[in-house]
Ligand binder design. Sequence first.
Ligand code: NAD
Length: 330
Amino acid sequence: MSNNRNILVTGALGQIGSELVPALRRRYGAGRVISSDIRMPHGEAGSARPGAAPARAFELVDCTQPHQLHEVVRRHDIAAIYHLAALLSAVAEEKPQIAWSLNMGGLYNLLEVARQYGCQVFFPSSIGAFGPSTPRDQTPQETIQRPTTMYGVTKVAGELLCDYYATRFEVDTRGLRLPGLISHSAPPGGGTTDYAVEIFRQALRYRHYTCFLGPDTRLDMMYMPDAVRAMIELMEAGGAGLVHRNAYNITAMSITPAELAAAIAERLPGFRIDYDIDPVRQAIADSWPRALDDSAARAEWGWAPAYDLGAMCDDMLARLAPAVKPARAS
Ligand SMILES: NC(=O)c1ccc[n+]([C@@H]2O[C@H](COP(=O)([O-])OP(=O)(O)OC[C@H]3O[C@@H](n4cnc5c(N)ncnc54)[C@H](O)[C@@H]3O)[C@@H](O)[C@H]2O)c1
């Protein structure tokens, strides 16, 4: 960001925002990053934590209310918006009407504000933007997108809407098709890949995890520090080289629950996994790619992940171990 205008993050108290907001504050200065959400912060991404940014750095914003977005963008002189507010895949299947209203209505409101105030926009698409007719291995950057979930419908439509605002109104929109994200700071928000986060806490506490996806369900995953760096690097990249600007495939690892469990068991002897398959989330996972081809992101803005399965497991367990103590046998 070359000027001194500010950055807004919507849906900032969720799994991604909890790590993106501190990273943006470290990079651009605490006073320049406004975090916002429909609920009040308890600490992490907001302002209550000792040493955190001052209270004005958090705003209550409901993205389905356009006037609230206008007001915060105008008052804080916002130049760039990371738009994270959305319902995730499993929750969106439970509440498809609300998912449409937030995921599409919220994005539309945000793009309109960005058009009027000249803001750059980051939009997180997902592997959920693909469907069962998409090639599932080495899924190309440009391919069939016929998702069968409300989440996927809103992600494809979101990619297209961002393309439209870029070409029609010259809004500087940019986006990633994120895989399942693994992190330790905030709980996941109701996605199909949440097992890959839950397994670590359960492993440390009980040496046991019951997984809601089958053992051989292969999906793309990424450790949150890589995802946060990808978002910031994409937003800082020169715009001229961004051919696929709103929907870059990115990935770091393509893993199954059985493979993740084996990697954890190597580090926590005695860890066991069993399976109690949730048919709704299994059906969603079975409609998604197994492994994305992210060569366009590598070629167009230099994307490269830093964490593979082993490095991610080492870091997750090291960071969670002090807080998650083994349960005592009763
Ligand atoms: N976490 C992942 O694995 C993953 C993977 C791919 C894409 N994504 C996308 O990244 C984005 C953020 O994901 P996340 O995991 O941080 O989600 P999350 O569910 O953890 O957080 C979403 C946040 O949005 C807030 N919110 C809900 N309704 C709102 C409204 N009307 N106005 C403002 N805020 C509202 C919630 O309070 C919550 O804090 C979403 O668009 C999601 O689809 C996430």
